[in-house]
Ligand binder design. Structure first.
Ligand code: ZN
Ligand code: ZN
Length: 253
């Protein structure tokens, strides 16, 4: 099997530890691009910063995307989007009402195996709060697709609800289908994320049945490692290799 293209790789242009030049050197180990966070502190704040990033990384032979922070990132100009090979939209926090933010850092650290328990679990057992998070997630993803033209939905179910431990309970099938259908209708690829191990098997199976396409994302911030978890997730859900996009099929719109 030819190696699947890994779209989701960070460099030191945002919170990765590896330089663009060193990332370019590992493309021959297995195919991958770079996709740093946008926005990011003082390195990726504006359209001009993104265009400089594209120029620097593509000069090294890299395919260049960004991890566009859904619900937070300012809109990019159409010409900036077209300069990128692809745009991954991903949620790292969500604003349920003006000023009422839920941050995903603790849930993310737990899902990555960096912490042994999810300290905020009790709070997110609240059914009404969970429902608000789910509904708002659909709104924010829809905006990312319609306004921002994302081509890949990164770590779709990462967040406090997944960190409760039973994603099939936290994410009702009907909600999963609505999220999947948003992506399918716009040909947005659903990422299989190595770092967080999301989405779970039933979600991927549902997505495949509903006609979704998929994308590989190691989401590495450090050295490039084998995609062991991803390949196990793909095998468990029975996802066909032909359903995985390459940068050519994930062009920004
Ligand atoms: Zn992310
Ligand atoms: Zn990432």
């Amino acid at each position: 099997m030819t190696a699947l293209f890994d779209h989701h790789v960070h460099s030191d242009r945002s919170d990765g530890t590896v330089s663009l030049a060193d990332r370019a050197a590992t493309v021959r180990v297995r195919p991958h691009g770079v996709s740093d966070h946008f926005p990011w502190r003082d390195t990726l704040r504006t359209d001009d910063d993104v265009l400089r990033y594209v120029a620097d990384a593509s000069a090294l032979g890299l395919r260049v995307g960004i991890e566009y922070d859904l619900g937070v990132a300012p809109p990019l100009r159409q010409t900036t989007r077209e300069a990128l090979d692809y745009v991954i939209g991903a949620l790292h926090q969500i604003e349920l009402a003006p000023g009422e933010w839920i941050r995903y850092d603790d849930a993310g650290a737990f899902l990555k195996g960096r912490t042994r328990s999810f300290g905020e679990a009790a709070r997110f057992m609240d059914a009404a709060l969970a429902a608000r998070i789910r509904e708002r997630t659909l709104d924010v993803v829809r905006a990312g697709i319609e306004r921002d033209g994302i081509g890949i939905l990164g770590h779709a179910t990462m967040g406090p609800l997944a960190a409760l431990g039973d994603p099939e309970a936290a994410y009702p099938a009907e909600w999963q289908e609505r999220l999947i259908d948003l992506c399918v209708a716009a040909s947005v690829a659903i990422e299989v994320n190595e770092a967080y191990g999301v989405p779970h098997r039933e979600f991927l199976e549902r997505a495949a049945r509903r006609g979704a396409v998929f994308s590989v994302g190691s989401d590495t911030h450090f050295e490039l490692r084998p995609l062991d978890r991803t390949m196990a997730m793909i095998a468990a859900a029975g996802l066909a290799t032909v359903r995985f996009v390459s940068p050519e099929r994930a062009r920004p719109r």
